[in-house]
Design a protein around this ligand. Structure first.
Ligand code: BGC
Length: 270
């Protein structure tokens, strides 16, 4: 990777769940685009250190911070450390998320709650701290037209129902209306809020869906563009959404899914 145009110089981005997969790619991409980056992780410190080292190697500034996004005290401590280290936070990428799949009849309350806590409540808690920090810091027109930017990592499953994953789909459906309600409420304060809805991206969360050629073929039936997504596909959109190039994009979900939401079952049917 080499340095590209630096659209985010002088800004600081906090990326949750950035020790692997989409979050890690977003953290590195934001660093490449000139932002200082807080690489949040919950357990995988090696992955977080790798993302930080990657950004340092590109000449950027980054630090790892361990926090469970579903715990308010830990989220507050993380934002405090971010402000101490870099002065403020300009961009929040609400990425931390997980799956605990089970057929509905077998899904435990604990697994329902765990997924909702991390995927939805985590985004609520981080957004609230981010907005508080945006207001404390105030406008800096020299780095951005917005007071702050929030990017929520949603999923095609904010739209596509998903049998066997009712907790996950419910959490992403919740993210959709949380994001839109926040956008409506925070827009007048010049805080820009949007979501990215990835389709099938090659990461550890869905390894079983792409790791054998047979599985990949099955998955490709759901993707009109006929390739499984890469984390860089999301990193690119994340940087653009964080930058002033997308200053008039507000309250929208950008689907980055190779067409997974186009009802591909209708290609030769119906
Ligand atoms: C899920 C993946 C899945 C993809 C497409 C994502 O939100 O986390 O496991 O492959 O949606 O179904």
């Amino acid at each position: 990777m080499e340095l590209n145009q630096k659209r985010l110089s002088g800004q600081t981005a906090l990326v949750t769940g950035a020790s692997s997969g989409i979050g890690k790619a977003c953290a590195i991409a934001l660093g490449m685009d000139g932002a200082n980056v807080i690489v949040n992780y919950a357990g995988n410190s090696a992955g977080a250190d790798e993302a930080v080292a990657n950004i340092h190697a590109l000449g950027g500034r980054a630090m790892a911070f361990k926090a469970d996004v579903s715990k308010q005290e830990q989220v507050k401590a993380m934002f405090q450390s971010a402000v101490e280290a870099f002065g403020t936070v300009d961009i929040l990428v609400n990425n931390a998320g997980l799956q605990k799949d089970a057929p509905f009849m077998e899904m435990s309350l604990a697994d329902w709650q765990f997924v909702l806590d991390v995927n939805l409540t985590g985004q609520f808690l981080c957004s609230q701290e981010a907005v508080r920090e945006f207001h404390r810091r105030g406008m800096r027109t020299e780095v951005s037209k917005a007071l702050g930017k929030i990017i929520c990592m949603s999923s095609v499953h904010e739209l596509i129902p998903w049998a066997g994953h009712v907790n996950y789909a419910a959490s992403k459906g919740g993210v959709m209306l949380m994001m839109k309600s926040l956008a409506q409420e925070l827009g007048p304060m010049k805080i820009r809020v949007n979501s990215i809805a990835p389709g099938a991206i090659k990461t550890p969360i869905n390894r079983m869906a792409w790791e054998t050629p047979e599985a990949e073929q099955r998955l490709l039936r759901l993707i009109p563009y006929k390739r499984v997504g890469l984390t860089e596909d999301i990193g690119n959109v994340c940087c653009w959404l964080a930058s002033d190039e997308s200053d008039y994009i507000h309250g929208t979900t950008i689907f980055v899914d190779g067409g997974m939401t186009l009802y591909p079952g209708f290609e030769d049917n119906g």
